[in-house]
Design a protein around this ligand. Structure first.
Ligand code: NDP
Ligand code: PYR
Ligand code: MG
Length: 603
């Protein structure tokens, strides 16, 4: 956050010392000026060079004449002093000159390694174009090739062989008191499966969005990968693979290691929020229930996704013309995301007065064996039991078409990590079942799997197969497109239903109110507040999420409501007097407080 104590970083890194008022010195143009220098002054010219080499200190061509003198930078950088806009324009020109998305990513990654402020200015000002590079879909390709692309470390890499040294490794992180870490063990990266240590790219990408989308100071973010081996044969055979060349341990051993990790984190960084990311299904559910009441943590795939999809669904129901009581939802995919989303929606229905049983019965979950039922003959894992149907009269529905024919749903959600499973016949059957309820009704279709190569269908297909009536959201972004009707064209705008609309604001809120835990209520409120964060233009356009350019605005709203929920839940550790002071001004004072904390570089 902007209140970050840079001097603490300097102290921590023992690279510079204060020598107070500088007095007279030659300025950038060779004129003698008096400076009121309150910045630290490196003792030698080498110190100036060091300033340029430290990505958190380097301000590129934004250094003022005064800073160039006081930090011994004169002559170490070109003469030009440039506005942020000019520097951003240069970066965008360079990015656009790169041919492939990976090359664009590598350029951005190198920029982050040289000048953090400029990297985030470029990202924030060009979020629609650049988010797909630092995050899904490109980050998926980066993870697949991480060991080959590797040039320098950007995270903490903690292998199970180092389990006795976890505290030491955590203390080796160079920036003091991180506030948020994203940790993965690489076992289910996006829809790409077990990538082992290569999955670290997802921790790095998510944290770039904590800063880009919610303004958490980059020095306060800590990416971590827990390396417990991999089941990925391609990686194991790759001579360049950077992780442990071992099969994954048993769940019991993995859990012991995770216990040790969580204890070490609580010891070394007691204030830090932990986001679990892309753990394979069983571990995802197990670690969430095991740690959520003990530590300050949440699971993004279960809870963040649950919240973001619920938010979009609330908006979609309003547009669909199908009354809430008549909604019936088929989920293809009954893993951590599918079950997490369905549970968040059950909560929504129960808060609208339905019994839990009635709410649960609105959902039909489909996995690789077909409709999840009590009597289909396989042993259901715990996470599927809650939604398992027992009203199927002994009949088993093996294909999605059969399920749609049987259920006649109003909404179809895809969280399968399987490309193309929403076929033309599936989507047309969904539309037919919605049309049968009355004219003007619109089907809700959310193919949410990432990256794009795993999407259940494309936006264009969804529009074509529903004659443009679909309410659509995908996990990775599709472009808008137009269809010509005679002499005029209709442009269709997709939504991106991705947890990036939730985790940054949820994390920001939890950090700012110094929450001791992340409660289910805080997650639910994140969903509700996101659904209420659209502006008039977005509502008029028929969108169900804010434009991605407004993701920071949405994060502020989410953070504010999460903070208030934390206080109601008794998990905020801010003094009560602070809340009373804010309350006098309604939401205004709290919103101002959040905005003042947000990192907005080169402004
Ligand atoms: N948009 C967003 O913000 C988010 C998107 N996701 C995406 O969701 C996807 C799933 O993630 P997650 O739930 O964690 O993964 P899981 O592995 O936990 O679950 C995948 C589920 O899909 C089912 N499945 C796979 N293939 C098929 C198929 N052909 N037909 C029917 N069911 C199938 C699996 O069935 P079975 O149980 O039988 O194996 C399983 O239930 C990923 O692509 C991920 O990127 C995740 C989080 C957020
Ligand atoms: C977006 C995300 O968290 C996922 O696809 O796993
Ligand atoms: Mg994820």
């Amino acid at each position: 956050m902007s209140s970050v104590d840079i001097s603490a970083i300097e102290e921590h890194m023992k690279m510079a010392s204060l020598d107070g008022l500088r007095g007279y010195a030659q300025d950038h143009y060779g004129e003698v000026q008096q400076y009121r220098t309150t910045d630290y002054v490196p003792k030698s010219a080498a110190g100036g060079f060091q300033v340029l080499r430290e990505p958190l200190w380097n301000k590129g061509l934004s250094f003022t004449p005064e800073e160039r003198v006081s930090k011994n930078l004169t002559g170490l950088i070109p003469h030009a002093m440039e506005s942020a806009e000019t520097q951003v324009a240069r970066c965008m020109k360079m990015i656009n000159s790169r041919q492939t998305n990976i090359d664009k990513y590598l350029y951005l990654s190198a920029l982050k390694d040289q000048n953090v402020d400029l990297f985030y200015r470029v990202l924030i000002d060009n979020v629609r174009e650049l988010m797909p590079l630092v995050y899904t879909p490109t980050i998926g390709d980066v993870c697949l090739q991480y060991s080959t692309l590797y040039t320098r470390p950007e995270a903490l890499y903690i292998s199970i062989k180092q389990r006795k040294s976890i505290r030491t490794i955590l203390r080796n992180w160079p920036y003091p008191n991180p506030e948020i870490c994203v940790v993965t063990d690489g076992s289910r990266i996006l829809g790409l499966g077990d990538l082992g240590v290569n999955g670290v790219g997802i921790s790095i990408g998510k944290l770039a969005l904590y800063t880009g989308a919610a303004g958490i100071h980059p020095s306060k973010t800590l990416p971590i990968v827990l390396d417990t081996g991999t089941a990925n044969e391609t990686n194991l055979k790759d001579p360049l693979y950077l992780g442990l060349r071992a099969k994954r341990p048993s769940p019991a051993v993995a859990q012991e290691f995770m216990d040790e990790f969580m204890e070490a984190v609580a010891d070394v960084y007691p204030e830090m929020l932990v986001q679990f990311e892309d753990f394979e299904t069983e571990k995802a559910f197990n670690y969430l229930s095991r740690y959520q009441h003990k530590y300050k943590c949440f699971n993004d795939d279960i809870q963040g996704t649950g919240a973001v999809v619920l938010a979009g669904y609330i908006g979609a129901v309003n547009l669909s013309g199908v009354p809430i009581e008549e909604q019936r939802l088929v989920f293809m995919g009954a893993g951590s995301a599918g079950v997490g989303v369905a549970k968040q929606m059950v909560e929504y229905y129960t808060r609208r007065g339905l019994s839990e049983q009635a709410a649960r019965e609105k959902f039909w979950l489909v996995d690789t064996k077909g409709l999840v039922t009590n009597d289909r003959g396989d042993k259901l894992p715990d996470h599927k039991k809650y939604f398992s149907r027992q009203d199927n009269g002994g009949h088993q529905f093996r294909t999605l078409e059969e399920v749609i024919e049987y259920v006649r749903p109003s909404a179809l959600v895809g969280l399968t990590a399987t490309f193309g499973v929403f076929t033309e016949s599936v989507v047309r059957a969904l539309k037919a079942s919605v049309d049968a309820g009355g004219s003007g009704r619109r089907p809700i279709l959310f193919p949410l799997s990432n990256p794009l190569t795993k999407a259940e269908c494309t936006f264009e297909q969804a529009i074509q197969w529903t004659e443009g009536t679909v309410i659509f959201a995908s996990g990775s972004p599709f472009a808008s497109f137009s269809i010509k009707h005679g002499d005029h064209a209709v442009t269709y705008h997709p939504n991106q239903g991705n947890n990036v609309y939730v985790f940054p604001g949820l994390g920001l809120g939890a950090i700012l109110c110094k929450a001791s835990k992340v409660t289910d209520e805080m997650v639910y409120i994140a969903a509700q507040s996101l659904s209420e964060s659209l502006n008039a233009e977005e509502i008029h356009k028929g969108l169900i999420y804010p434009h991605i350019e407004r993701v920071r605005d949405a994060s502020v709203v989410v953070a504010r409501e999460v903070m208030k929920a934390a206080r109601r839940e008794g998990v905020s550790t801010l003094p009560e007097s602070q809340w009373v002071e804010w309350e006098e001004w309604g939401d205004v004072a709290l919103t101002k407080f959040i905005k003042e904390k947000i990192y907005d570089p080169l402004k």
